[in-house]
Write a protein that binds this ligand. Structure first.
Ligand SMILES: Cc1cc2nc3c(=O)[nH]c(=O)nc-3n(C[C@H](O)[C@H](O)[C@H](O)COP(=O)(O)O)c2cc1C
Length: 185
């Protein structure tokens, strides 16, 4: 599969077969993740691979928007002891997000489905993971990525929208803005 086809084919999969994903495949996904670019090549990431049924069930039960039955999950975390400090500190979020997208694309190319469940910056989303995984406070779970063989089909697509593109200069445009957001500006 070429890269563009893979990018369009990647969709959020919420129905999975219970066929397990083998350890080697999961390691391949983490290898793909860690090929991503990071600011100053800091690689502030850590990955918790979940295949144990008890742990997996506990994890999904704590995810308000992520109670899905995938046979495996990869929790992508930023370790603040590895991240940069000062004004560039928050680059860890971009670094780990690039790693996540690599996981999603690599999985798609291997016939696997994935779902990105966002945790940080919503504290109530990621707090339960400290207990489940016995995490130290410097480790921040950014997302849970469910992985498994898909049991639903979704159309490949882009969401290209010319109205979101500007050439060389920004210009005011009428968007269907969210009411709450315009109040703040
Ligand atoms: C930062 C982030 C957080 C997300 N969190 C959730 C989530 O909690 N639950 C969920 O079902 N999907 C979640 N998604 C998946 C989005 O709902 C999905 O990507 C979006 O609807 C577009 O559909 P597609 O992935 O099939 O292109 C998240 C995606 C991102 C990038």
């Amino acid at each position: 599969m070429n890269v563009l086809d893979c990018i369009y084919k990647r969709r959020s999969i919420r129905k999975y077969s219970q066929k397990p994903v083998d350890d080697e495949t999961l390691i391949t996904l983490v290898k793909a993740a860690t090929a991503a670019p990071t600011a100053c090549n800091t690689q502030p990431w850590e990955f918790i691979i979940v295949t144990d049924d008890e742990v997996r069930k506990e994890l999904k039960s704590k995810l308000y928007f992520g109670n899905y039955d995938a046979p495996a999950a990869i929790v992508v975390c930023g370790n603040m002891k590895l991240a940069m400090s000062g004004p560039v500190k928050d680059f860890w979020i971009q670094d780990c997000s690039a790693a996540i997208e690599n996981i999603l694309l690599a999985a798609t190319s291997m016939g696997l489905g994935t779902l990105w469940i966002g945790l940080h910056p919503v504290e109530s989303n990621y707090r339960p993971l400290y207990k489940i995984f016995d995490l130290p406070k410097e480790v921040i779970p950014l997302a849970v990525i469910f992985v498994g063989y898909p049991e639903e089909e979704k159309e490949p697509r882009t969401q290209f929208n010319e109205k979101r593109i500007y050439w060389n200069k920004y210009e005011p445009r009428k968007h269907r803005a969210r009411k709450k957001n315009t109040k703040k500006l």
